[in-house]
Design a protein around this ligand. Sequence first.
Ligand SMILES: [Zn+2]
Length: 349
Amino acid sequence: MLNYPFKFRAAILEEVKKPYVIREIEFAGPLQIGQVAVKLSYSGICGKQIEEADGLLGPDPYLPHLTGHEGSGEVLAVGPGVTKVKPGDLVVLHWVKGGGINAATPLYNFQGKRINAGWVSTFNDHAVVSESRVTPLPAGSDPMVSALLGCMATTGIGAVLNDADIHPYDTVAIYGCGGIGLCALSAARLRYPRKLIAVDVNEQTLGMAKGLGATDTVNPAKTDPIKAVRELTGGKGASKVIITTGNPKAVESAINSSSLPGDCIMVGVPPKGTLIPLDGANVVLKRTIRGTQGGSILPERDIPLYYDFHKQGILKLDGMVSSVFEFGRINEAMDKMRGGVTGRCVLKF
Ligand SMILES: [Zn+2]
């Protein structure tokens, strides 16, 4: 049973380009059809929240609002119609829509104002989320690793296992080896490609990529990445290019690093309206460019599967966490992510 009003602490984005403010807010209740109340354990910080807080996603009509889209926690109560989870379950909170009811998004009360939240929010120690945005994991699952399955790990692994169709004869280049890129690289290794090339401007990140099985590393700050990838692939270019950065210049280099024919999978999101030059002749020579949203995962199928990969030691997801911050230090954690870290910063509640 949940007592109403249900009060908890949340990081509120009141204005862009300003730090979050942490305040107590309340959910008047009761839970509506398909809503699930969760006590958060961990939340990851995704690049998307940096872009949102820094005002890089264009005008934000929902301010003030809650945010965060990858987390883990325990179910406290469920609204009418919920069958996928029950109180006490350990769940992953994710932004990709899964099975179950797509519930009404909650509004929270704060000092006479109504605060917006989407189907899921994770920068808060409790949340009311939609059944379609939670997936249960077995009792005893590591809550910190579970949080990464809300976006980072599922996007990176899914982009490879669901979208890229890598074979042992392929040569793979991963452009951008942040958290998503390192997950993509680890997953690509499971397909035993001839070459697995990590491309990133951060030397520490490249060292980690090497430790995770990259056959070669390229630093575009030091060398022409197109030329380097070409040299490493017998002059042909990489047959599969996974692009986890949204930096337009890097996306352009990544596309031009692919072989002909060759496949480019775009995971990173360039700013809306960005035009990237494309040589049409190369498209005719069967260079494909396609996007993936969240690694094209089916949450109920892929979240437990990728957790098993971790549990069995096939993928080491705990190694992707660079630092853990107490929730109250969220602005510090955001600054650390802005400075460029190897792996993910996570918040602990
Ligand atoms: Zn994300």
